[in-house]
Design a protein around this ligand. Structure first.
Ligand code: COA
Length: 376
């Protein structure tokens, strides 16, 4: 008979870029672009042929999203009103790619924290909302960079990539196909953000996270038992990015707005909050967990208002910062990495037996829940 395997989270890792952009810097650059655009098109605007662009504001950004700053891999060109996108030099094929580089930094921290030798890891999943190239998989480059003998592949479920990766890793462990799996999420979201779009230019930031999922028999102390995972997807066009290999032939396509991140933010807000809350409550019931007793929620970091509502529906009262910590104020929305950063930075203080929830949601739509319990 096959032995019982129990997947746990052994450790997490975080890479944070050195450069950060404050809302004031971001709005200063955006408004300089608006002024330039409106001055260059003054006659057409006066004739009613071109619409004047409207300025952005720090107050709006903070009130609508809760974001105060974001880290980026390439600050100066993003803030240059003539460029307004990251400029990350292409590397030769024999150099390590940038996504692998930052993914490895986060992964090494997770391995160090777990006291795990990379040679003892069996698999690597690179779970992120954008891959730098279609193949060879980013995950295989990360595997090689770490010196792991096993298998690796990429997966993309947009903002839910990391939690979907955790369930996938947990399933490998449960099935006995791997004992130690790294889920790495390098998110260079600044490359898919339309920095010229007033409605969304403030949203994203860059980062990389890693989660080491292992069988409890080899896990370090302390670790986090995975009590249960639940995933859900429902198709929606309300968060969309049409960039892809079939539109490469059009030289202008990279700059057309639909080839970057586009969203109907209001609809996302209204439709995703009930979907996420319902999934969490259903899964808590299935696991016989009283949601009101969850010690901490590590929620996806897209919008402070969404998190406030979800936490309230789950806990039955308004959550304080200790119950539902925020990292989007300093990191912005880091796509799939957000809930993992929240967990990484705000979990060491929990005690054995404390239960909590890692939860992501976003494009697809997609929702992923990972209920965990601190194990001494
Ligand atoms: N500066 C100043 N004003 C702005 C602005 C900016 N940068 N962007 C928009 N506005 C204005 C709008 O023009 C609008 O003005 P009006 O009322 O005169 O028409 C007003 O602010 C409200 O705009 P709206 O887009 O409805 O804002 P919102 O309150 O819905 O907030 C989001 C926008 C995107 C922050 C919010 O909808 C959100 O976070 N939704 C969820 C998004 C999400 O989680 N996405 C997942 C991504 S993976």
């Amino acid at each position: 008979m096959q032995p019982d395997f129990h997947p746990v989270i052994s450790a997490t890792g975080l890479f944070t870029p050195t450069e950060s952009i404050s809302n004031a810097e971001l709005v200063g650059s955006f408004n300089a672009y608006v002024e330039r655009h409106n001055a260059a098109n003054a006659a057409a605007i006066a004739a009613g042929e071109v619409e004047a662009l409207q300025p952005s504001s720090v107050e709006f950004i903070e009130k609508a999203s809760g974001i105060k700053a974001r880290y980026v891999m390439s600050k100066e060109p993003v803030l240059d009103p003539a460029t307004m996108e990251p400029r990350i030099a292409e590397r030769d094929d024999d150099e390590m790619s940038i996504m692998a580089e930052i993914g490895i930094k986060a992964a090494r921290q997770a391995l160090d924290r777990a006291g795990r030798d990379a040679a003892d890891v069996d698999a690597v999943l690179c779970a992120a909302s954008n891959m730098q190239r279609p193949y060879p998989a980013m995950a295989i480059e990360i595997q090689q960079g770490l010196g792991i003998d096993g298998f690796a592949f990429d997966m993309n479920v947009a903002c839910s990539s990391a939690t979907f990766g955790i369930q996938t890793a947990a399933d490998y462990v449960r099935a006995g196909n791997a004992r130690s799996v790294l889920v790495v999420s390098p998110e260079i979201t600044s490359g898919h953000l339309n920095w010229r779009d007033r409605d969304s230019h403030f949203i994203f930031g860059d980062v990389a996270t890693a989660v080491l999922v292992e069988d409890s028999s080899i896990a370090p102390t302390p670790h986090w038992d995975i009590l249960g995972t639940k995933l859900k997807t429902v198709f929606s066009n309300n968060i969309r990015n049409n960039f892809g290999f079939l539109n490469r032939a059009d030289p202008g396509s990279r700059d057309t707005p639909d080839k970057l991140f586009v969203q109907e933010g209001r609809k996302v807000f209204k439709e995703v909050v009930p979907m996420v809350s319902a999934l969490i409550l259903e899964e808590a019931e299935r696991l016989r967990i009283d949601p009101a007793k969850l010690r901490r929620l590590w929620l996806h970091q897209a919008n402070a208002g969404m998190n406030r509502l979800i936490a309230q529906r789950v806990l039955g009262h308004e959550a304080d910062e200790d119950e539902s910590p925020t990292v989007l104020d300093t990191y912005g929305n880091t796509s799939s990495a957000g809930s993992i950063i929240a967990f990484h930075l705000n979990s060491d203080d929990l005690e054995a037996g404390d239960e909590g929830l890692i939860c992501s949601f976003g494009a697809g739509y997609s929702v992923g829940t990972v209920f965990v319990k601190r194990h001494a």
